[in-house]
Design a protein around this ligand. Sequence first.
Ligand SMILES: O=C(O)CCC(=O)C(=O)O
Length: 247
Amino acid sequence: MEHTKDLRENFIKDGYVFLPGFLSPVEVEAIKQNFDRVITEIVPVMQARHVFYEGPEKKASTLKQLIDIQDYDAFFKEKLSTGKFKDLAAFLLEDKVIGKTLEYFNKPPLIGKPTPPHQDGYYFMLNPSVAVTMWMALEPADEENGCVKYIRGSHLKGMRPHGRTQTLGFSQGITDFGTAADLEEEISFPANPGDLIIHHSLTIHQAGANGSGRSRKALGLIYFGESAREDLEAKSAYQKKLQEEQV
Ligand SMILES: O=C(O)CCC(=O)C(=O)O
């Protein structure tokens, strides 16, 4: 993959980039097969806080998200910690990077719920918020089965207020989302297997529900820049808010 100046300039300006065909069909197939293996062999021993199902029944057909897979599996640990994803994250952030988590995302057919509009930085609590999220389609994603949508330029406008959602795996969503300015800049990213989208930690994004009979599987990777620092103030405010919400 060529790392061009244009790519970084677009990332800085828009808060995201789109790289069609980042992985070859053979590479995508290897990732899909390894996810199948993880789902069969490792999910049963994963901590409950790393595994999310759509709805109360914990069955394979409703599996929607796995997080921190690198802590359980050598194949995915390597994908996160070395190679072309990591190199690209470092190039875009102009920093050395640390692979924080590798995730599996699905929206099961007909029951996959929307991903609420949010900024990943709200969860990360970094200052400066030097981090990127990568999302690579493992099968076709489109408007019907819930492709990702970005708000162009939103990473330049600071952190928006977030509040509790009912969506497992995405507990926080932007409470004042949907202004005319938001909607004017919203761009959908239909993607084919191997297509990669990357967003800055302050870029607002969301995804629709899956109203189709198809699944919508994807790989997610998160990298923090070494210059990012944990925002202790934001962290303690967040913990306080969570406690208040639980009362
Ligand atoms: O898969 C999705 O629907 C959304 C993923 C997402 O929000 C993210 O990777 O930050």
